[in-house]
Design a protein. Structure first.
Length: 274
């Protein structure tokens, strides 16, 4: 809590500290135990990821990009004479530089990556409220640190609440191509412990993958020894919200070989090494 408040103050981020009574008054769907405190982020928001991805893809095509839809990438390797050779299900391309942003498949495509990306299976569940005023006061997205590290996002249509858990609850994924997408009843125990004023029986369940690092920081920079291959991986579930800045960094590294953004501590080979 102290770290969160000092960070908010240092960067002049708009926030309020709400005690148990004030939080219950403004947002009756959240009831804290005695002694707990809430921090309201005035700059927080939610975004529709699917619409955002499609809008970005459409704009890229308008600017001249070629998108290879539904095309698996088999290999990304340095090409003889410079550049990068990319082998896909549709053939082979030779490019000047490649930005590898393949999420859970990073270890498969770049097996010589010196820093490990731990691939985990993530479960999300959606629940209906059991009280009519659950969405009162705007029902902002939330993150809880105790008793379980979790988050929740009310659906835009005001019908359900999406719940997710932190890294320690995610099972390892040995082979991304064989992700088990079936969620079993016994996997819902922790979700049930979190729920108040929500129906414990979910209306929807989904299993996904995330690539995580030991530090929680992503790997951003050139693949060691390869100036033409840029790695962006291991965002630990936070990559989407960082996409605009990371896209600018990727463009800098691919076009200029360097960036003014301070990303040395994220180097795939280790701090200060690229």
């Amino acid at each position: 809590m102290r770290l969160l408040l000092s960070t908010s103050a240092a960067h002049e981020l708009g926030h309020e500290v709400l005690d148990r009574q004030e939080l219950a008054h403004r947002y009756p769907q959240h009831r804290l135990p005695d002694g707990d405190t809430a921090v309201l982020d005035r700059l927080g928001a939610a975004i529709r990821p699917e619409a955002s991805v499609q809008a970005a893809a459409a704009r890229a095509e308008q600017l001249g990009a070629r998108l290879h839809r539904y095309t698996p990438v088999r290999e990304v390797v340095p090409a003889a004479g410079g550049g990068v050779r990319i082998v896909t299900g549709q053939g082979t391309d030779h490019v000047d530089a490649a930005v590898v942003t393949v999420g859970p498949w990073i270890n498969t495509l770049l097996p010589d990556l010196p820093r490990t990306v731990d691939i985990r299976r993530v479960i999300y569940s959606w629940h209906l409220p059991t009280r009519h005023d659950w969405f009162a006061g705007g029902a902002p997205p939330f993150v809880r640190a105790a008793p379980h590290d979790c988050f929740g996002i009310p659906s835009p249509d005001g019908s359900s609440v999406k719940l997710g858990l932190s890294f320690k609850y995610h099972a390892p994924v040995p082979e991304p191509e064989r992700l088990d997408r079936t969620v079993r009843p016994e996997e819902l125990g922790t979700f049930r412990e979190l729920i108040r004023d929500l129906n414990p029986d979910p209306i929807r369940l989904s299993a996904y993958m995330e690539g995580c690092t030991d530090s929680g920081n992503p790997l951003v920079g050139h693949l060691p020894g390869e100036d033409d291959i840029i790695v962006m991986a291991g965002f630990s579930g936070s990559g989407f919200k960082l996409a605009p800045a990371m896209g600018e960094i990727a463009a800098d590294l691919a076009l200029d070989g360097t960036t003014e953004h301070p990303v040395d501590f994220l180097a795939p080979a280790g701090v200060g090494v690229d």
